[in-house]
Design a protein around this ligand. Structure first.
Ligand SMILES: O=P(O)(O)OC[C@H]1O[C@H](O)[C@H](O)[C@@H](O)[C@@H]1O
Length: 524
């Protein structure tokens, strides 16, 4: 395939950009006051307002031509077919199958029966825990469920548990990710072991942080309830069930999920168990249904009205034509605080790549740095950089239409701030005092959710998943592997003896750093 940077449709887009002559969304709005309706697209029950992006209808048409030239419709079809689109690991990426009821084959095997079995086991187990039929070793019902996982095995459940707090009527969900034992101590310090259930979520069941936290949790349970208590206080969600049983879990406490579920796409699988326990399986089903509704649209809607595709095309436009090296995700909802790290992992692990699917070094930029955080607190922290910093940046605002708390007026104020920020970023302001002036011309999309509930949350997350896949397909990269994270893990292993003070560091720079750390450790 011709590299993205040399594809004729892209070269045409660059010429179109030059012809636009830096026209901003503000100028485009002046020229066409009906632009709002034309550039607002529905996605399941979400609405995406693209009208503050510096694009004309012609730009969007050319971007869609780029998508066709890059084979995006074929890539979407391949994704849904169960083909091994994750080429370096020779795996399908079929997380969509977890939220639908279609027969899809992977390697000649229909995956639906296995998925339905898994969903049924989740339903029965979460119900038993929520209704108090599943009891701890002392006979006490579960009041706290603690997810032990990291990365893809934690970000999704953690985000969803917090986002759905308003309907969480089961045991309280907690999450421990860090290798730093302080997080473990601080979390379990407030819990009663007799009423605590741990869900070890790890696709590989080898990840250092998760296994360290699982070992600490087992010691904590055994210390107060005895060695026999493990069976009543631990379950696992994993694609390596044999490792989980080798760890000491009864086979009936292991909830396996298939290899073709990528870590950062695993919320929809048994990894979502802490969420199902906290909000109930009916609500979890709605989360799946909301995501499924987006899957259907992504698969079948024309590119011109296909929201994940348009998000991806605009991202490529901002990144490669307009030079935005960073992208901010700004949910105006306190309960959506987990969205930014979730999207960050999705985008940066999937598309933070420097070679294409054939291994050829790329000569164009890929994933932007993603950061951000909830509005309005971010307005008092990093938004200054958005308004007056020297770098080009694009933004996603996420607004919930219906009030989330008890005070409707405060919700109106929250909405006003979200709208004000995107307007200020687009329009800027010119004043005689240069330090007050804001240049404007910053691109943003606003995603409106009718309500913060399971269905719309599912839709929002699937929207981002498919955006990231489409973007990777346009660039010609494999969005489903993450080899870059392995190097640091390997080096940490070789440094560990020296970090413990029991060996020599593998290189001079590390030896120096460890000596500084060890010296300060002893100084207290
Ligand atoms: O689920 P696990 O096998 O424990 O993996 C947890 C996480 O760690 C890895 O290093 C990857 O970077 C993530 O994509 C993955 O989700």
């Amino acid at each position: 395939m011709i590299p993205f940077s040399r594809s004729p449709a892209w070269l045409q887009l660059l010429a179109h950009r030059d012809a636009l002559g830096g026209k901003t969304a503000r100028e485009l709005w002046r020229a066409d006051p009906a632009r709002g309706a034309k550039l607002t697209v529905g996605c399941a029950e979400l609405a995406l307002d693209f009208s503050k992006q510096p694009v004309s209808e012609e730009t969007l048409a050319s971007l869609c031509a780029l998508a066709r030239e890059r084979g995006l419709p074929e890539a979407i079809a391949a994704l849904f077919s169960g083909a091994p689109v994750n080429t370096t690991e020779r795996r399908a990426a079929l997380h969509m199958a977890l939220r639908g009821d279609e027969h899809t084959t992977v390697g000649g095997v229909d995956v639906l029966p296995e998925i339905q079995r898994g969903r049924e086991r989740m339903r029965m187990f979460s119900q038993a825990v929520r209704e108090g039929h599943w009891k701890g070793a002392t006979g006490a019902p579960v009041r706290h469920v603690v997810g032990l996982g990291i990365g893809g095995s934690s970000l999704g459940p953690k985000l969803a548990a917090k986002a759905l707090h308003a309907i969480a009527d089961g045991p309280q969900a907690h999450f421990i990710e860090n290798l730093d034992p302080a997080e473990f101590d601080d979390t379990v310090g407030r819990l009663d072991p007799a009423a605590t259930l741990f869900v070890i979520a790890s696709k590989t069941f080898t990840t250092e942080e998760t296994m360290a936290n699982a070992a600490s949790a087992r010691a904590w349970i055994e210390r107060s309830l005895g060695p026999g208590a493990v069976d009543r206080h631990f379950v696992a969600a994993t694609a390596s069930p044999e490792r989980a049983t080798a760890w000491g879990l009864a086979a009936c406490n292991v909830f396996p999920f298939p290899e073709w579920v990528g870590g950062r796409f695993s919320l929809w699988s048994e990894v979502g168990l802490p969420v199902a326990i906290a909000v109930g399986m009916t609500a979890f089903d709605r989360l799946l249904a909301g995501a499924h509704a987006v899957d259907l649209e992504f698969r079948s809607k024309p590119l011109e009205r296909n929201a994940p595709v348009l998000l991806a095309l605009l991202s490529v436009w901002n990144r490669n034509a307009l030079g935005c090296a960073s992208h901010v995700v700004l949910p105006y909802a306190a309960r959506l605080t987990g969205l930014t790290p979730y999207v960050q992992a999705l985008e940066m692990e999937s598309n933070g790549k420097r070679v294409d699917r054939d291994g050829t070094l790329l000569d164009f930029a890929t994933a932007p740095a993603v950061f951000g955080g909830e509005g309005t607190p971010g307005q008092h922290a990093f938004h200054q950089w958005l308004h007056q910093g020297t770098d080009a940046v694009s933004s996603d605002f996420i607004v919930v239409a219906r009030p989330m708390g008890s005070d409707a007026d405060r919700h109106a104020r929250l909405v006003a701030h979200a709208a004000a920020q995107s307007e200020a970023l687009m329009n800027g302001v010119e004043t005689p005092e240069p330090w007050r002036s804001c240049p404007g011309g910053r691109a943003s999309t606003t995603i409106v959710m009718p309500a913060l509930d399971p269905f719309h949350l599912g839709s929002l997350l699937a929207l981002y998943e498919h955006k990231v896949f489409a973007e990777g397909a346009l660039w010609g990269i494999n969005s489903f592997d993450q080899w870059g994270v392995e190097l640091g893990k390997k080096i940490a292993g070789s440094i560990l003896p020296a970090a413990r003070g029991e060996g020599t560091a593998p290189d001079a720079a590390t030896a120096h750093l460890l000596s500084v750390i060890h010296k300060l450790a002893q100084s207290g």
